[in-house]
Design a protein around this ligand. Structure first.
Ligand SMILES: Nc1ncnc2c1ncn2[C@@H]1O[C@H](COP(=O)(O)OP(=O)(O)O)[C@@H](O)[C@H]1O
Ligand SMILES: [Mg+2]
Length: 603
């Protein structure tokens, strides 16, 4: 047996030789944003091949729509997915926008955090300046292939074609090649536009959260745009526009003083070109009039004439405090461009086969000094799936949000609405049941996304409250419609029961009175028909009132009634076009056919 090991006397543990501050200093260096996001691509929506394909399309299409709208051009957008192999695709997106000047091409497509929208408070789809360059970077990382950009800025100038790669260590682009693009290949029939092609690792799969779903929903929220989509099976899917009216231009606004934090205020004071504090307050913020500026200064113990250079930390803090105390008008809201109930309804009608549609746009409100507004559309019944939970489609500045539903303020607002009050069943804590699609749109000069990939709206109290109010409004209209529909059904049933018994009554009467059953039958039938016609006229009138209730005015609802023969048992739906005289204006339909605006054909 071994002797037990001798326990050594306790010695202080030998100190491990660690790095010195100097040695550590050699390893301390700047991280470029593109290196950071290349490692953390999931933050930008490139976490798996299927989502990456969607994100790339989305970033390019969002940019195309933004650019067209800023240039007041009705967007015509072409999206093509070319499958190279099982997991490799070439994504091409082309627009008829203003194009991009040559010297900015490498910045826009080859640098993260470079853009025209970040420093402005203006309603747009992009805001961070990350989108399209991140897609190009992901493509480069996964396939090694550069991004191809073709841009044409006017009829007179030739298109330029630039092939570029991002150098992630510098967050700069390396231009691989640059050529003039042949004039006559007809890429840009309007004489201007941008086309970007990115080769990337992806997966194409239909269904929820697919490129197809994104385009479907984008078409709903952007009825002024037309899209052509060529999918990997080389099928061409057209989304025609529902209206040829461009949405009004969204205006840029200055920050509102109440939405500014102390640190930002100090930085603004340090950087301003104004010399006096009164001018600074009036010129760099919205809603600060000379009298408001004077009041702020007075409370802060300075005057509007005080030199900006004399403002130290103490004074800045006093100004900040004064701003919180002084009454300042809410920020202007004409900077927000709602989709509007008319376009919302036209978008929903165009893409969904339901029987009842309604929409509402709430007045603007403010969170953290940023104006925003909420709109909600609702479609019920018809061919919507009956045994599923209701479907929520979410939008921010007209962009569909397809991921992170449960993290989104809009989803929480739908959950918290008492749908039972409106005739829709709902189990506790879950989405309501039924053939319903609700669409929630938030428009704002700054949408508070929960992450850089812009998938969910952060849960500010003000935002959730507005969403709930909008949902309650469409819910009430749905409730009214459902009750009316039930009344009509009951009435119809009563009449058919009566008609069913006329034969027997006639027989019995003949047996008693000797009058011919045929005669009695015919005369009773005449009475029944007359009554039916009267009732129909009343019901029709009711139906018509729902239908004609100035779909875009007070009521903001549209009902697509089954055709008459449906009462006789045939389940035929009135086509959208027959849904009232307004359908033509509703669809802004050139040919007036009111045909579904989506067509699919094999190339
Ligand atoms: N198709 C396009 N047409 C014109 N300009 C574009 C287009 N795509 C991108 N841009 C410009 O490039 C900038 C950067 O785009 P992006 O990286 O997607 O960031 P963001 O859209 O958030 O600003 C945009 O702000 C816009 O000025
Ligand atoms: Mg963008």
């Amino acid at each position: 047996m071994d002797a037990p090991p001798e326990t050594e006397p306790k010695k202080p543990a030998a100190r491990r030789k660690g790095a010195t501050a100097e040695e550590m200093s050699d390893r301390q260096r700047e991280i470029s944003v593109s290196e950071f996001f290349a490692k953390n691509r999931h933050l930008l929506g490139f976490d798996n091949p299927r989502k990456a394909l969607l994100t790339a399309v989305k970033e390019a299409v969002d940019n195309a729509l933004d650019a067209c709208e800023e240039a007041a051009i009705l967007p015509d957008i072409y999206v093509e997915l070319l499958q190279r192999s099982e997991t490799r695709f070439k994504v091409t997106v082309r627009d008829n926008g203003p194009g991009i000047v040559r010297k900015q091409i490498e910045n826009i497509f080859g640098r993260l955090l470079y853009g025209s929208k970040f420093h402005r408070l203006k309603m747009s789809r992009g805001q961070q300046g990350i989108g399209i360059s991140a897609a190009g970077m992901y493509g480069l990382m996964t396939t090694g292939q550069p991004v191809l950009v073709i841009s044409k800025t006017s009829k007179k100038k030739p298109a330029v074609e630039v092939l570029l790669k991002m150098d992630t260590s510098k967050n700069r682009a390396d231009v691989v090649s640059e050529t003039e693009h042949p004039e006559d290949d007809g890429l840009f029939s309007d004489g201007h536009g941008t086309q970007v092609s990115i080769e990337l690792e992806g997966r194409y799969q239909l269904g929820r959260q697919s490129v197809d779903e994104y385009l479907d929903q984008t078409a709903i929220a952007n009825p002024h745009a037309s899209f052509t989509f060529v999918n990997p099976n080389n099928e061409r899917i057209e989304f025609k526009r529902g209206t040829s009216e461009l949405p009004p231009e969204s205006k840029e606004i200055l920050p509102h003083p109440k939405g500014i934090e102390l640190g930002t205020l100090i930085q603004m004071i340090e950087r301003t070109a104004r010399t006096q504090i009164g001018g600074f307050l009036q010129e760099e913020f919205s809603r600060v009039s000379p009298s408001v500026s004077k009041e702020i200064c007075q409370r802060a113990g300075i005057t509007p004439r005080t030199w900006v250079t004399q403002i130290g930390h103490k004074e800045a803090e006093a100004i900040y405090k004064a701003i919180q105390e002084v009454r300042i008008m809410a920020p202007p809201t004409d900077c927000l461009v709602p989709i509007g109930t008319k376009a919302l309804l036209s978008g929903l009608l165009k893409e969904l086969k339901a029987e009842f549609f309604t929409a509402c746009t709430r007045p603007a409100d403010v969170y953290r000094g940023n104006p925003f507004l909420i709109e909600v559309g609702l479609a019920f019944g018809g061919e919507l799936p009956k045994d599923e939970l209701i479907r929520v489609i979410r939008f921010a500045n007209r962009v569909p949000l397809l991921y992170q539903q449960s993290a989104c303020a809009s989803f929480k607002a739908v959950l918290e609405t008492s749908w039972k009050n409106y005739g829709i069943s709902q189990s506790r804590g879950s989405l309501p049941d039924g053939p319903v699609v609700v669409m929630v749109h938030m428009a704002s000069v700054w949408v508070p996304f929960t992450s850089e990939s812009k998938e969910a709206i952060a849960d500010y109290d003000e935002i959730r409250k507005e969403m709930k109010l909008a949902l309650q409004e469409v819910g009430r209209k749905l409730g009214i419609y459902l009750r009316r529909r039930q009344r009509m059904r009951n009435e119809g049933e009563r009449r058919s029961i009566f008609e069913r018994y006329i034969g027997e009554i006639a027989q019995a009467t003949e047996a008693i009175t000797g009058t011919s059953a045929k005669k009695i039958y015919e005369s009773l039938m005449r009475v029944a028909q007359k009554k039916t016609e009267e009732a129909d006229a009343i019901l029709d009138d009711e139906g018509k009132r729902v239908k004609d209730a100035d779909p875009f005015g007070r009521d903001d609802s549209v009902v697509i009634l089954p055709v008459r023969s449906a009462r006789a048992g045939e389940d035929e739906r009135k086509s959208h076009q027959e849904g009232g005289g307004q359908s033509k204006t509703l669809f802004g339909d050139e040919d007036g056919t009111g045909e579904a605006k989506r067509s699919r054909k094999k190339n």
